[in-house]
Design a protein around this ligand. Sequence first.
Ligand code: GLN
Length: 228
Amino acid sequence: SGGSNDNNTIIVGADTTFPPFESEVNGKVTGFDIDMVKAIAKKEGFKVEIKTMPFEGLIPALQAGSLDMAVAGMTIKSDRMKNVNFSNAYYKSGLSILVKKDSKIKNVKDLKGHLVATKKGTSSVDYLTSHGVNGSDIKQFKDINDAYQALENGGADAVLFDNPVNINFKSKRDNVKIVGGLLTGEYYGIAVNKKKADLLKKVNDGLAKMKKDGEYKKLFDKYLDGDT
Ligand code: GLN
């Protein structure tokens, strides 16, 4: 069972609209998460095949058994733990609010009554719902780039999303700003098919080795330098 197509190849789901953790550059999937998973596989002696899909499809695919694990800057959340197992945390993150430079929105309270764009199926949707942003005021996109585009063309008043991804977008523009600071503490983990207890152990072992031998730090410096 599971998605493995041979004994030693692990099928890894990834979402490609989450830079710098993962993105597609010239048809190639790249980023911190991708390199991390490859490094873990090398240390633990298995091969990986990356299968990309929208974020919202990852947990259902793990449950259906078409994926063995998924790496997608996925926030470790208790409701998700009913459906997948999580590795130990590999990154401390949080959500933030991105607006146009001339916006009057200053914090999460100001979001009420505004159109807020984000990615479908993510922790940001849960956050907005529990902070008084009404259902139809949340504009949900499969691709976060469409949320940023909505902000730029006036289709949304703010984007609420994972802070490192907001920072990544902001670094390419001079017409946007982040307001209200870091809204939550969230930890990213690798999601593993619940039937793959051995794989979960290997992932945690490989992660621990990477942290110990400096490979994790090397990747951090390569992709996340200046990320605060
Ligand atoms: N960290 C967020 C979540 O897990 C978003 C992840 C993503 O868009 N890839 O819901």
